[in-house]
Design a protein around this ligand. Structure first.
Ligand code: BG6
Length: 531
């Protein structure tokens, strides 16, 4: 499989709605500055940051530099981006008022002439979701989505709706203005390096692909564990919860990339067609599954990194009686040939002891004919861990005889890390995503039918919780989440597999993290490296 050739993007103006917002400051400015320093922006290019407050170009340029420095850009990188900073302009307007749009249109036309950007536009909606639809309507009605002989694209952040009906309404407005092919729905997880690597690991290795099915795989666990709490986002989060915030998008994207069939080609639609087939094969959850196979939890007060932290209900802008979940664990099945009989366990939560996102493939165990009953120890499982963050790479656990013993079989590990060591920092997801929008490559963005099927799946759960009044199970911050999540797996004779950092007990900072009833490492608890 060869790497897709990267073409230099065409001329365009990037218009960022929400210039003062958190996303622009934390992600977009740093990503643009890095792209500029690497010479990956179009030759003819400008950025227009749109916001309500009064600001000068000089001020936003300073803000962009500060944002890049805060994100870790070296002074030399920022200096390299000087050319971009001169092309960063501010435009003050109330983007919720249609009458303000004609003057934006003239400003953009003026910049086209100045920078030879040829009428091409990327509108990045880095604003609160309630404005997505109206901005698209105004751009459309003011003729800003149909420049003659040019292209216009729109980038929308999550959340894409709150449920299927609201997502449909939003989609109708966006596609009226831009058409499906020019709508880029961000799921920043798709920009993460290991997600792009997952297809290569699966499909470019004879070692894995033939085993990647229910005959050889016992279970799949997909986890996004966070140590952070809800922070300053309580206003949004309390109305969303982990199911909408994480499962509907990031978790289901990880699932589709793990489970999909090989695509016929590497173009955006071939890949997305396969992802959609996975979503279409999700077994609908019956009432009994909804009651027992989906666990919702909420963090209470506890300890993170040795420091006390407040419970979710005491967080800023959160209802003190909130029943919003900050943790979800669920079991699902994919009803197709490949995955028949394999449970997929998904879990995500805030205020857990370790930050780690990973996909664990646990292979079926060998019958052990040769080794059972002959003084050999029990065999541990073969595990393949796709490490998404903080470390990126692959971790493989297999069995070997401990040297110098009669017949002690121990699990041993091969650990590949692609971002360990200095100078190996992977590009930030937003760098890749912005570069792709500029090149018109939508592979790493979600297509409407993916969003639609994902909402359909999630709505069954949200609807059940609402109707049944399912309470959240409180777990102490710094613990591994509600006990119900353990019982969920125990029913199938499974247990959560520790994040790989915790398996490596010799790593500084991770000693003892695995302690406690939630995380006994089960079949491989005595899995120390042979000495
Ligand atoms: C966002 C969610 O989409 O993803 C946040 O809204 C979550 O609640 C974040 O913290 C996690 O992303 P990452 O890249 O830090 O794993």
């Amino acid at each position: 499989m060869s790497v897709t050739a990267v073409s230099r993007p065409e001329p365009c103006i990037l218009v960022i709605f929400g210039a003062t917002g958190d996303l622009t400051q934390r992600k977009l400015y740093p990503a643009l500055i890095n792209l500029a320093a690497q010479g990956r922006l179009p030759e003819h290019f400008a950025v227009v940051a749109v916001g309500r407050r009064e600001k000068t170009d000089a001020l936003v340029r300073e803000e962009a530099k500060r944002a890049a420095a805060a994100a870790g850009a070296a002074p030399a990188v920022i200096a390299e981006a000087e050319g971009l900073l001169k092309r960063l302009h501010y435009f003050q307007m109330d983007f919720d008022v249609e009458a303000a749009y004609p003057s934006l249109r003239s400003r953009l036309a003026g910049l086209d002439a100045e920078y030879n950007t040829q009428g091409n536009r990327i509108y990045f909606l880095a604003v609160a979701p309630q404005y997505f639809g109206s901005i698209a309507d105004y751009l459309y009605r003011q003729g800003m989505t149909a420049n003659q002989g040019a292209w216009q694209r729109v980038v929308v952040e999550k959340p894409f709706g709150r449920n299927l009906p609201s997502a449909r309404q939003l989609n109708a407005r966006l596609t009226q203005a831009f058409g499906e092919r020019r709508v880029y729905r961000i799921d920043h997880y798709l920009g993460k390096e290991m997600l792009q690597n997952l297809m290569v690991i699966r499909f470019a290795n004879t070692l894995f692909e033939p085993l990647w099915n229910g005959r050889f795989i016992e279970e799949v666990q997909i986890s996004i564990n966070e140590t952070v709490g809800v922070g300053s986002r309580g206003g949004y989060y309390d109305g969303a919860g982990a199911l909408r915030d994480m499962v509907q998008n990031h978790m289901l994207q990880l699932l589709t990339l793990t489970a999909m069939e090989p695509p016929v080609d590497l173009d955006a639609d071939s890949i997305r067609d396969e992802k959609v087939k996975v979503l279409r094969s999700l077994r609908p959850l019956e009432a009994a599954d909804l009651a027992t196979s989906v666990i919702r939890g909420q963090y209470g007060p506890g300890i993170i990194d040795g420091k006390p932290v407040v419970g979710y209900r005491e967080e800023e802008r959160v209802d003190p009686n909130s029943n919003t979940e900050t943790y979800v664990a669920l079991k699902l099945h994919i009803d197709n040939f490949r995955w028949s009989g394999v449970p997929f366990y998904l879990r995500t939560g805030k205020r857990l002891p370790v930050r780690s996102s990973e996909i664990v493939i646990r292979f079926r165990e060998q019958p052990g004919v040769l080794y059972f009953g002959k003084g050999y120890s029990e065999l541990g499982p073969n595990l393949l861990v796709i490490k998404i963050q903080p470390e990126e790479g692959v971790f493989l656990q297999f069995n070997a005889r401990q040297p110098g013993t009669q017949g002690t079989i121990v699990p041993v590990r091969m650990d590949y890390c692609q971002n360990c060591g200095t100078g190996l920092d992977s590009p930030e997801a937003y760098e890749r995503l912005l570069a792709d929008v500029m090149r018109g490559d939508s592979t790493l963005f979600t297509r409407w039918d993916e969003v639609e099927y994902a909402w359909e799946f999630v709505d069954q759960i949200a609807g059940y919780w609402e109707q049944a009044g399912t309470p959240v199970e409180i777990y102490p911050a710094g613990s591994w989440g509600p006990e119900g999540a353990d019982r969920l797996l125990a029913r199938n004779g499974h247990r959560w597999i520790l994040p790989f950092q915790c398996l490596l007990t010799d790593r500084p900072g991770f000693e003892g993290i695995g302690a406690g009833p939630m995380v006994e490492s089960g079949p491989f608890e005595d899995s120390k490296e042979p000495s």
